[in-house]
Ligand binder design. Structure first.
Ligand code: SF4
Ligand code: SF4
Length: 142
């Protein structure tokens, strides 16, 4: 289950709007709302509404709801060439806080400021297990 996964980088999949299905589910709901409220029928009466191709919009929303929901990092979701996942896998670490090199690791850089915040959090995680870190992350969003 995506909710119970965490990448070795410390991203909790259940706290990610792609991983927890929010983006896909919102696209599906948006299509339903548009259809149920007959938006395409009255859109031409509103400025710019006659330029919207609702059939194309529905197709795009179908694509988003079908393909954006991530499998989660542990099941191969996310960027296929992620250097953090590859490195942690090769070293046998389920989470980078187990790694003695987390202090100066530069593999988080591709995630920008967010990556640096993740790395620091793992460095300072005080030996918490991956399970504990997942629970903490989920509590923070509930
Ligand atoms: S793919 Fe990389 S960045 Fe994404 S959750 Fe996994 S380890 Fe983290
Ligand atoms: S060197 Fe250590 S901290 Fe850096 S990505 Fe690899 S396993 Fe994670």
């Amino acid at each position: 289950m995506v909710r119970d996964q965490m990448g070795p980088c410390g991203i909790a999949c259940g706290a990610c709007d792609l991983g927890n299905g929010t983006v896909g589910g919102t696209a599906r709901k948006t299509k339903e709302y548009l259809q149920n409220y007959g938006v395409s029928q009255w859109a031409p009466l509103v400025p710019g509404g006659d330029e919207v191709d609702f059939d194309e919009l529905y197709k795009s929303l179908d694509w988003v709801s079908t393909y954006t929901t991530c499998l989660g990092c542990e099941r191969g979701g996310g960027p296929p060439d992620c250097s953090i996942r590859r490195c942690a896998g090769e070293r046998g670490h389920g989470i980078c806080s187990e790694c003695p090199e987390v202090e100066g690791c530069d593999r988080f850089q591709w995630l920008g400021e967010h990556g640096e915040a993740l790395r620091k959090k793992l460095k300072d995680s005080g030996g918490k297990t991956k399970k504990e870190l997942i629970s903490e992350a989920l509590e923070a969003i509930e």
